[in-house]
Design a protein around this ligand. Structure first.
Ligand code: HEC
Length: 119
């Protein structure tokens, strides 16, 4: 009897493992991301949690923008997508992380041939 219950537990465990690994194969949903998945820097947590209410942070990290353009992006999230406006201090922190971690690419990097093996 006990043996049977144990075996049932094992089967259930394997099923859960399978479900977890197939979920990993998909793009991360906001709830599966953690701040640690992104480059360390001051205010990382603030930026992460300000943005993941609606979409994953990977979408944010894919951009490279100047501080000014990041500011425009925040304004756009607020005016167009109903993001709650950030307090001035919070906004400054978020902008600092975004602009320092995902800066606009230098013009020299944009044009010309890129060695695909260096990426
Ligand atoms: C209240 C919801 C909400 C919040 C909070 C939010 N966004 Fe967005 N964001 C959206 C939606 C909706 C889209 C999809 C827009 C579209 O369809 O182009 C989007 C798209 C984006 C994009 C992609 C733009 C593109 O060119 O594809 C960027 C970058 C972005 N958001 C940055 C941010 C940042 C940075 C934060 C946090 C400071 C943030 N968002 C927080 C709703 C939100």
């Amino acid at each position: 009897m006990i043996g049977r219950i144990r075996r049932a537990g094992l089967v259930l465990g394997a099923g859960l493992l399978f479900a977890a690994s197939s979920a990993l194969a998909q793009a991360p949903a906001p709830s599966e991301e953690t701040p640690e998945m992104f480059p360390a820097g001051p205010n990382r947590d603030e930026a992460f949690y300000a943005c993941i209410a609606c979409h994953n942070f990977k979408l944010v990290a894919a951009q490279g923008l100047s501080r000014e353009k990041w500011g425009e992006t925040l304004d756009w999230m607020v005016s167009k997508h109903n993001m709650p406006a950030l307090e001035a201090e919070e906004r400054g922190k978020v902008l600092t992380y975004l602009a320092e971690t995902f800066p606009a690419k230098a013009p020299a990097q944009q044009g010309g041939w890129k060695n695909p093996f260096l990426n």
